[in-house]
Write a protein that binds this ligand. Structure first.
Ligand SMILES: Cc1ncc(C[n+]2csc(CCOP(=O)(O)OP(=O)(O)O)c2C)c(N)n1
Ligand SMILES: [Mg+2]
Length: 315
C-alpha cells in the first residue's frame, strides 16, 4: 500500500520540481511568453492518468504541463519545448501553452477556455467508427464550466453515450476572480444531473481518490454507459500566471492551502504509517535530480532555426 503512495509521491514531485524549475527559467528569460503553473494541483493528473490506457486521448488546458508529465511525455523534450529549442516535443513551436504529444496520447493543451471539451467528443466519436475503443478525457477549470462549448459538449456526449470523462479542476478561481463571484452554487458536479450523466465531487488533492473515480468512470464509458463529470476540488499554490501579484488572496488563505496541498498531505500520511522520513525525503531528492538534469540538457540544445518557421503551416 505504501509502495503505491510512494509512487504517487514521486510522480507528484516530478511535476512540482518541473514547475518550480519552469518558474526559475521564466524568471531568467530562458523561457518566454505566458506560463501557467499547476503547483498544488498535481494529485489530479497523477491519479487520473494512472487509469488511462495508451490509446485513450487526453485534452488539457494551458495549465497542462503536469498532465503531459503524468501521461508519460519525457521531461527533457518538454523543457526544450518551453525553451523554444529544436529538440522540443513540437520543435519549439508550441511553447508552454500549446504543445502536443500525440505519441503519448496527449492531444494538446489549449488556451481557449473550454475548447478541449468538444474536441474530446470528436475523438470519442471517431473511436466509435475506427473501432479503437478509445476513451477521451478533457480537463478544464471551474471557470470553463460556464463556457457554452463545455455545456454543448456535455450534452452531446450524454446524448450519444460517448466514452468521455469530463475532469473539472475546481481550484476556486477563474484567473483572479473567486468562484463565489462567478456562480451561485459552487457544487459544480451537481450540473451533471441536468445532462443525465453521473457527477462526482471529489478530493482533488488525493491521487488515490482521483484514480478510483477515474477508473470507475472509464469502465462505465468503455461499456457504453456514456460520460461522467468528475469535479476535482483543489487549490493552486502558484499565481494564475507567472507574474500574478495574487492581491486577491484573503488573509491566511495561503497558509491554509499549504496545510492541505497534496504533497504535504501524502508525506504526513506516510509518516503516520511509519514510513521513515529519510525514505520519503529521498523521493524529493530523486525527482529534483532528474528534473535538474533534464533542464540542463534541454538548455544546451540549439534554438529552433528561424529558417524553418514556415514548416508545418497550412493555410
Ligand atoms: C474563451 C476564452 N475566454 C477567456 C479567456 C481568458 N482566460 C484565460 S484563463 C481564464 C480563467 C479560466 O479559469 P478556469 O477555467 O477556472 O481555469 P484555471 O485557470 O483556474 O485553471 C480566462 C477567463 C480565454 N483564454 N478563453
Ligand atoms: Mg479555476
Amino acid at each position: 500500500m505504501s509502495e503505491r503512495r510512494l509512487a504517487d509521491l514521486l510522480a507528484m514531485w516530478r511535476i512540482r520540481a518541473f514547475e518550480e524549475k519552469v518558474r526559475d527559467l521564466r524568471a531568467e528569460g530562458s523561457i518566454v511568453g505566458s506560463v501557467h503553473l499547476c503547483i498544488g494541483q498535481e494529485a489530479i493528473p497523477v491519479g487520473a492518468c494512472d487509469a488511462l490506457e495508451p490509446e485513450d486521448a487526453l485534452f488539457a488546458t494551458y495549465r497542462g504541463h503536469g498532465w503531459a508529465i503524468a501521461r508519460g511525455v519525457p521531461v527533457t523534450p518538454l523543457f526544450a519545448e518551453l525553451m523554444g529549442r529544436a529538440t522540443g516535443v513540437n520543435g519549439g513551436r508550441g511553447g508552454s501553452a500549446y504543445f502536443t504529444a500525440a505519441d503519448h496520447g496527449f492531444h494538446g493543451e489549449n488556451s481557449i477556455v473550454g475548447a478541449g471539451a468538444p474536441i474530446a467528443c470528436g475523438a470519442a466519436l471517431a473511436g466509435r467508427f475506427d473501432g479503437s475503443g478509445r476513451a477521451a478525457v478533457t480537463v478544464f477549470g471551474d471557470g470553463a464550466m460556464n463556457q457554452g462549448a463545455v455545456h454543448e459538449a456535455m450534452n452531446f456526449a450524454a446524448a450519444f453515450d460517448l466514452p468521455v470523462v469530463f475532469v473539472c479542476e475546481n481550484n476556486g478561481y477563474s484567473e483572479l476572480t473567486p468562484i463565489a463571484d462567478m456562480v451561485r452554487s459552487d457544487r459544480l458536479a451537481g450540473r451533471a444531473a441536468a445532462y443525465g450523466m453521473p457527477g462526482h465531487r471529489i478530493d482533488g488533492n488525493d491521487a488515490e481518490a482521483v484514480r478510483f473515480h477515474m477508473r470507475d468512470a472509464l469502465e462505465v464509458a468503455r461499456e457504453g454507459g456514456g460520460p461522467t463529470l468528475l469535479e476535482c476540488v483543489t487549490e493552486r499554490i502558484a499565481g494564475h500566471y507567472i507574474g500574478d501579484a495574487e492581491t486577491y488572496r484573503r488573509p491566511g488563505e495561503m497558509d491554509r492551502i499549504r496545510r492541505r496541498e497534496p504533497i504535504t498531505r501524502l508525506r504526513e500520511g506516510l509518516l503516520a504509517d511509519g514510513v521513515p522520513a529519510a525514505e520519503i525525503d529521498a523521493v524529493e531528492t530523486r525527482a529534483r535530480g532528474e528534473i535538474d538534469t533534464a533542464a540542463r540538457t534541454a538548455l544546451a540544445a540549439p534554438l529552433a532555426d528561424p529558417a524553418t518557421v514556415k514548416e508545418h503551416l497550412y493555410a
